[in-house]
Ligand binder design. Sequence first.
Ligand SMILES: [Zn+2]
Length: 228
Amino acid sequence: MTDNGYMNKNEDAIKKNRKAVKWSPRVSKDKLARLYKSTCQGIWDEQLIDDVGITLYLRCRDIVNIHRAQTERKVTCPDCLDTGTVTYVTREKNALSPMKCTVCGWTMIWPDYHRTFQRRQLNPGGAVKYFADFIRNYEKARAPKDKMLAIDLVIHEFHYSIRELPEQPARAAGVNLIDGKLTDVIAFLDNLGEMELPGTFRDQYKVWREKQNTINWDEIKIRRANQK
Ligand SMILES: [Zn+2]
């Protein structure tokens, strides 16, 4: 085989391994709006709840997996995950040392893997606990109402990622889970809050609105600068 042939074969393998990394999409505003509308009408639309719930479940699982890869150096093998098996591939300290799955042979270097989830609203940030909580809550929930409550809780969470101000909500976590820009997602959640929601959901929205109101970036910036 010529050097060129080897290179081409190698590039094909790299492409194939990269393609194996798939991130679950965010849920559409349209679907969520329909779900809340039926909730307001007192209907538990099981099919729609499962559709939205599973989309959020897979999205949260991806975010938690990214967090594990970043903090514990354990990368979830995408090819094994596709077949329903969870295999962790160790990420070495040397970023250019290939990560390789001992079960199926999938391999990639960390910088390439990292690029697959950059700027895609998959950053666990300071909300990873809530995404993990949703996974647990959703697995436990049997009744459609309990699933709906878990959905409502997670889309109204916040990132708490300012080291100097750990109690200060910094960013609505809904943008990690719902399609659109941060400002659009906030406006959308506000619109949901305006609906004739059942009591628990209305209370949840009020808490969200209060926290959202405490995000004052000018003040955060000043306090941050003063603490440096
Ligand atoms: Zn594997």
